[in-house]
Design a protein around this ligand. Structure first.
Ligand code: NAG
Ligand code: NAG
Ligand code: NAG
Ligand code: NAG
Ligand code: NAG
Ligand code: NAG
Length: 372
C-alpha cells in the first residue's frame, strides 16, 4: 500500500461527507420542492370554472342550483357539486383557482382557465356556441403577450416554462361521433380517432411553441358507463354502452402513442398522461373499496338513471312521469350529473394522479412533474 495516498483519501472522505450529508438529510426530511408558479387549463366541462357563464348563446352551462352546492354553496359554472379537478390541482400545488379567461378584470399572474364546456378537439365539435380548443390556444397567446408586457419577454418565458398546462379534452368529440350519423358516414372509428388525435397533436405543438414545457393530459374515462350513456343504451338499458368505452380506449391508445412520439421529438416537453380510464372502471367494478354506493346513476337529475333530464333543469310539463331527484349523500355517488363525477371522486382521482405509480400517471406522477 502506498501510504502517501492516505491523507488525500482522508480529505476526500471528509469532503464527500460534507458534500453529501446535507442532501441525505434533505432527502429524508424535506418533501420534494413543489415549484409551480402558475397553471393554464384547457378543455371542456371537466375543467370549465365558469367560462360559459360569459357566453350569451350556449346552453352548456352549470350556473344554476344545485350545481356547486356541496363546496361553494352556490352555482359557479362548474359542472359538479363542488370543486373540479383543476381546482383540486391548484389547491394541491398551493395556487388559487385561476379565473376563467373571459372573467372581466381578472389577474392572470397565477394562471388562467380557458376551458369551455361543450368544446372538443375538433372545430366541428362545439355543442352550442362555445370556445373551441383552437380559440382557447389563441386566447393563451393573448395572455402570453400580456405577461410579456408585465414581466418582460424573459420573465414571461420563465413563468410559462415552469407553469403546468392541464388539458382535458376529447370526450365531446366522441359523444358527437356517437350521436351524429353524418359524422359516422364520413369516416369509420379508426379514421375519426386519428383525426382527433392529430388535432390534439396540433394543440400540444402550438402550446410548446408558445413556451409550454410541462403538461398534464387527463385521458378519457369509460364514456360508455356514464349515466347518460347507460340511459340511452339501446341494447341493454342501464348497462354500460360498449361502443362508448371502445372509442375512449382507442382515443387513449392514440394519445399514448402521441405522447411517446412527443417525448422523443420534443424531449424538453415534460408531458404526463393522467390515467383516468382504468381508475374509474375500477371504481365501477369495486365500489366498496372506494367508499362509494352508487356508481351507475347520477346523484342529481331526472328520469332513468337520473340522466334523461340534466341536473337542475326543469322537467318539461308534458313528462309527468319523470321526477327530479337529488341524492342525500353525493359523496357516495360516482356521478354528480349525466356525465360529470362528484367532487369526492374528483379528489380520489387527483390523489392517484399526484402520487400514484405509472398505472395512474405516465411516465411520472404529477407531483414529480411539479418538482422537475
Ligand atoms: C348570439 O346569437 C345572436 C342571435 O343569433 C347573434 O346575433 C349574436 O351575434 C350571437 N353572439 C355571439 C357572441 O355569438
Ligand atoms: C372592470 O374594471 C373597469 C375599469 O376599472 C370597471 O369600470 C368595471 O366596472 C370593472 N368590471 C367589473 C365586472 O368589475
Ligand atoms: C377505415 O377506413 C380506412 C380507410 O378507408 C380503411 O383502411 C380501414 O380498413 C377502415 N377500418 C375499419 C375498421 O373499417
Ligand atoms: C380550426 O379552426 C382554426 C381557425 O379557424 C384553424 O386554424 C385550425 O386549423 C382548425 N383546426 C382543425 C383541427 O381543423
Ligand atoms: C343508484 O341510484 C339510482 C337513482 O337514485 C337508483 O335507481 C339505483 O337503484 C341506485 N343503484 C344502487 C346500486 O344503489
Ligand atoms: C400501481 O399500484 C397499484 C396498487 O396501488 C398496483 O395494482 C399496480 O400494479 C401498480 N402498477 C405498476 C405499474 O407498478
Amino acid at each position: 500500500m502506498d501510504f502517501r495516498s492516505v491523507p488525500s483519501l482522508v480529505v476526500m472522505t471528509l469532503c464527500m461527507t460534507i458534500i453529501i450529508a446535507p442532501f441525505m438529510r434533505g432527502a429524508e426530511a424535506r418533501p420534494q420542492r413543489i415549484d409551480v408558479p402558475a397553471y393554464f387549463a384547457f378543455g371542456d366541462s371537466f375543467a370549465d370554472v365558469g367560462t360559459n357563464n360569459y357566453l350569451p348563446n350556449t346552453t352548456a352551462r352549470a350556473n344554476f342550483p344545485p350545481y356547486g352546492e356541496t363546496y361553494f354553496r352556490k352555482p359557479t359554472g362548474r359542472f359538479t357539486n363542488g370543486r373540479n379537478i383543476v381546482d383540486i390541482f391548484a389547491q394541491t400545488v398551493g395556487l388559487p383557482s385561476a379565473p376563467p379567461y373571459l372573467q372581466p378584470n381578472s389577474s392572470f399572474i397565477a394562471g388562467v382557465n380557458f376551458a369551455s364546456a361543450g368544446s372538443g378537439l375538433l372545430n366541428e365539435t362545439n355543442f352550442g356556441s362555445v370556445v373551441s380548443m383552437s380559440e382557447q390556444v389563441d386566447q393563451f397567446k393573448t395572455v402570453r403577450v400580456l405577461l410579456q408586457n408585465k414581466l418582460s419577454a424573459w420573465g414571461a418565458l420563465k413563468l410559462i416554462s415552469k407553469s403546468i398546462f392541464l388539458v382535458l379534452s376529447g370526450s365531446n368529440d366522441i359523444v358527437e361521433y356517437l350521436s351524429d350519423p353524418d359524422f359516422q358516414s364520413q369516416s369509420n372509428a379508426t379514421q375519426f380517432l386519428s383525426t382527433v388525435v392529430e388535432a390534439y397533436q396540433t394543440t400540444l405543438t402550438e402550446l410548446y411553441k408558445s413556451g409550454a414545457r410541462k403538461a398534464v393530459l387527463v385521458n378519457l374515462a369509460p364514456l360508455g358507463c356514464s349515466p347518460s350513456a347507460r340511459a340511452a343504451n339501446p341494447f341493454s338499458p342501464g348497462e354500460c354502452f360498449p361502443p362508448g368505452n371502445d372509442l375512449a380506449l382507442g382515443f387513449n391508445a392514440g394519445l399514448r402513442q402521441l405522447v411517446d412520439s412527443l417525448h422523443f421529438a420534443l424531449p424538453d416537453f415534460n408531458i404526463v398522461i393522467a390515467e383516468s380510464y382504468d381508475l374509474i372502471l375500477s371504481m365501477i367494478n369495486d365500489k366498496k373499496s372506494y367508499g362509494l354506493d352508487n356508481v351507475s346513476a347520477a346523484c342529481c337529475g331526472a328520469g332513468f338513471m337520473n340522466a334523461q333530464i340534466r341536473c337542475g333543469l326543469p322537467v318539461p310539463p308534458g313528462l309527468l312521469e319523470i321526477e327530479s331527484s337529488l341524492c342525500k349523500r353525493p359523496s357516495k355517488y360516482l356521478f354528480w350529473d349525466i356525465v360529470h363525477p362528484t367532487e369526492q371522486v374528483v379528489k380520489l382521482l387527483f390523489k392517484s394522479f399526484w402520487t400514484g405509480n405509472t398505472s395512474f400517471a405516465y411516465p411520472m406522477n404529477v407531483k414529480a412533474l411539479a418538482s422537475v
